[in-house]
Design a protein around this ligand. Structure first.
Ligand code: PMP
Length: 450
């Protein structure tokens, strides 16, 4: 690799960073991360910080998982690539598909369609949902329902079901026939309702209302994140997803659970659907499937959908969809190793236990710092919502949130800012002392901008 000066001089010049303004990146070049070890990363200047972002919600096993590294190296030696398009397959993809159907059996998932990441998984789910209805002779079912504040990646399909203007506005027109219902957020909702049980009923009623307005026989699927991640870790009322499932069932609508963040233990359960006791029709997974060591994703499918495709006698059942890297053997080898380690270390239990400690620590920060309007935590995914005035819930400005993130970094903790939220999604191998360090770092960051 080129020397440090070359990297510093060229930072944010030929490279456009995702989710950022190129001019802003040039003016304030991003941190260059050079090394990772355990739950820590080290930047180009030699600063080592605790990574409370976990890469990007994905490095669940931390940066030193030798099992995954070895699996990748061995697979590179044996076969660095072969396609999974019809006619050929590879050992690791067959094995990982088997493992995933065992792993997600409680959710009812019996088939696996591999992708290269989360956006691909969402796109695949949306497309397969439409195809399912064509097979069933109900080709009018083309529309999608989603939640406001939801995030489902950046392909046109995913962007269309996204519920945040930032990811939609500049790319319109998006897919027609997509409709959004209010996010079940107790902190901010159009009903001014803070009671979770009543809020769940109100959002469910809004969903029913939209379905009646559109006519159920035009709707292919409803997609939701069991805990809304990028939208600010919105934890729905405990019964909301179940209510949504019942509504989908009543109207024959497919349910897609977008588990790109919530899969593999992040919420304290092995999936978000399992956390809420729901069986969706499809699940989208990515990120922690390889703990971030290799790009990979998958769309998981239940028997209802699988049987329609597999018993189809027409041309509708053939899947005219797939990616060069669907079932990449190196990614799948990484996935097999990541899954084995995730299971061995019982990362769901650790996420639940550490998550409780983190929630307590964040509540303390809220009572200490006026700028903290709300804290939300489910397992090891958390948000601290920053406001300039607690009663009016006015979002804190961008400069303040950025300064808090910088001062927290100076105090040895990497956090991520998304809008007026500080987002936390640390590796799931986190220990109790790490939780305390994260809280102390954020405390220092919040205190510095007072
Ligand atoms: N769905 C959800 C719920 C996500 O959080 C993300 C990414 N953060 C995606 C889809 C898109 O995944 P990717 O960035 O891997 O394409």
């Amino acid at each position: 690799m080129r020397d440090i000066n070359f990297l510093l001089e060229n930072n944010a010049k030929p490279i456009w960073h995702p989710m950022a303004h190129p001019a802003e990146m040039r003016a304030q070049p991003p941190k260059i991360i050079m090394k990772g070890e355990g739950v820590h990363v080290t930047d180009i200047h030699g600063n080592t910080v605790l990574d409370a972002v976990g890469g990007l919600w994905n490095v669940n096993l931390g940066y030193s998982c030798d099992h995954i590294k070895k699996a990748i190296a061995d697979q590179l030696d044996a076969l660095p690539y072969y396609s999974g398009f019809r006619g050929t397959s590879t050992g690791p993809s067959i094995e990982l598909a088997h493992e995933l159907t065992e792993w997600f059996r409680p959710e009812g998932m019996t088939r696996v369609f591999f992708t290269s990441g989360g956006s691909d998984s969402v796109e695949s789910a949306l497309r397969l949902a439409r195809q399912y209805w064509k097979i069933k002779g109900q080709g009018d079912r083309t529309k999608f329902l989603a939640l406001k504040k939801g995030y489902h990646g950046t392909h046109f399909g995913g962007a269309s079901v996204n519920g945040n203007a930032n990811f939609r506005r500049n790319y319109e027109p998006l897919l027609p026939g997509v409709f959004h219902i209010p996010a079940p957020s107790t902190y901010r909702n159009p009903f001014n309702e803070s009671d979770p049980a009543r809020l769940a009923q109100l959002c469910a009623a809004a969903m029913e209302d939209e379905i009646a307005f559109q006519s159920a026989d035009t709707i292919a699927a409803f997609i939701m994140e069991p805990v809304l991640g990028a939208g600010g870790v919105i934890v729905p009322p405990v019964n909301f997803m179940k209510l949504a499932r019942e509504i989908c069932d009543r109207h024959g609508i497919l349910m897609i659970s977008d588990e790109v963040v919530t899969g593999f233990g992040r919420t304290g359960a092995w999936s978000g659907a399992r956390l809420w006791g729901v069986q969706p029709d499809m699940m989208t997974i990515a990120k922690a499937i390889t703990s971030g060591y290799f790009p990979l994703g998958a769309t998981l499918i239940n028997d209802r959908i699988a049987e329609a495709f597999e018993s189809d006698q027409s041309t509708f059942g053939s899947i005219g969809h797939g990616y060069t890297y669907s079932g990449h053997p190196v990614g799948c080898a990484a996935g097999i190793a990541a899954l084995a380690e995730t299971r061995r270390l019982k990362l769901d239990e650790n996420a639940a236990a550490r998550g409780k400690e983190l929630a307590r620590a964040l509540e303390q920060l809220k009572s200490k710092h006026e700028i903290v309007g709300d804290v939300r935590c489910q397992g090891l995914m958390a948000a601290i919502e920053l406001v300039s005035d607690r009663d009016g819930k006015k979002a804190a400005d961008k400069k303040t949130t950025a300064a808090i993130a910088d001062r927290t970094y100076d105090a040895g903790v990497m956090i991520r800012v998304s809008g007026n939220n500080i987002i936390l999604s640390p590796p799931l191998i986190l220990g109790p002392a790490d939780v305390a360090r994260i809280a102390a770092g954020i405390d220092a960051g919040l205190s510095a901008v007072k």
